[in-house]
Each structure stands twice: as structure tokens, then as C-alpha cells.
Design a protein around this ligand. Structure first.
Ligand SMILES: [Cu+2]
Length: 159
């Protein structure tokens, strides 16, 4: 369902399905979104570590509130859940995040197994490898109901 939601929203940007890869020249990416496409684990430019935090007073956060990336970079995200509840790390345009929050409110247990999203259980570490193909202002967020509102979101800028 997550795939269907984002797939539909990303349709205009993936109409050709064709991208020039940062390392190998032209590469086909049928599932390209505005924010980019799943990265090659063998071609990582940089690792960014993000902690997922929650507190007994209901505040929740990532330990970064902004992430800056250079267009074309392939990033390995290491997501460490140091809280007591499961958390998501989802990357998308602000519009997609907003639309998806509405979807999630009806289906809180929706699985997140797409390349741009990972759910991490307490005490666990998740990873995500992503190539940022386009400049833009994006957002990263936890979309488990109530978590965005509790503080789990930040700005992701691709220059
Ligand atoms: Cu969360």
C-alpha cells in the first residue's frame, strides 16, 4: 500500500524511467521518485547516522533536525532506535509526507519495506541506501500515528 501511494505520486517524475547515474552513466530506474532511487550498496559516498528517540513525556525526535546532501550522492543511512517504541524513517517530498500521514492514520501497522522507508524496532538498527538524484527540499519523518506531531520530522535538503 505504501508503494502504491508513493508510486502514484511519483508518476510524473518517473514517466521516462531514465536517469543518468552518478557513477556509471545512464541507468534505468523504473521506480524513480522525485527524491531519487535505491542506491547501490557498493557505491556509497557517505554514511549518515540518525538516532530515533522517545521519552516518557511523549516527546519524540530524531537526533538530527536537518540533513544536507549533494545532488547525486549515494548515502547509507544507519538508523538507531534508542527509544522504547518502533519508529519509521521515511523520506519524501513534504506533500507526499502530508498525504501519507493521512493514509497512515487509518492503517497504523502498515509495513514499510520500500527503499525510501524503514521501520526499526526498539534497540535495533536499520539501514537504508539511497541515491539523491534531484535537487530539492524534502522531509524525513516517522509516520507512525502521533509521532510526526510529537516531533519526529526534519528537513532534508539536496543541493
Ligand atoms: Cu516514531
Amino acid at each position: 500500500m505504501l508503494i502504491a501511494v508513493f508510486g502514484a505520486l511519483a508518476a510524473p517524475a518517473s514517466a521516462t524511467g531514465f536517469h543518468r547515474g552518478p557513477h556509471d552513466g545512464p541507468v534505468l530506474h523504473a521506480d524513480t521518485m522525485p527524491i531519487g532511487y535505491p542506491g547501490d550498496p557498493d557505491l556509497i559516498d557517505r554514511t549518515i547516522r540518525v538516532s530515533m528517540l522517545d521519552a516518557s513525556d511523549e516527546t519524540m525526535a530524531f537526533d538530527l533536525d536537518a540533513i544536507n546532501i549533494v545532488e547525486g550522492e549515494t548515502i547509507r543511512f544507519v538508523l538507531m532506535n534508542e527509544g522504547s517504541e518502533p519508529h519509521d524513517f521515511v523520506m519524501a517530498t513534504p506533500e507526499e509526507i502530508e498525504d501519507h500521514r493521512a493514509q497512515m492514520s487509518g492503517t497504523p501497522d502498515m509495513a514499510h519495506e520500500a527503499g525510501y522507508a524503514v521501520r526499526v524496532d526498539p534497540g535495533q538498527t536499520g539501514t537504508l541506501v539511497w541515491t539523491f538524484a534531484n535537487e530539492g527540499i524534502f522531509e524525513f519523518a516517522c509516520l507512525i500515528p502521533g509521532h510526526y506531531e510529537a516531533g519526529m520530522h526534519g528537513r532534508l535538503t539536496v543541493n
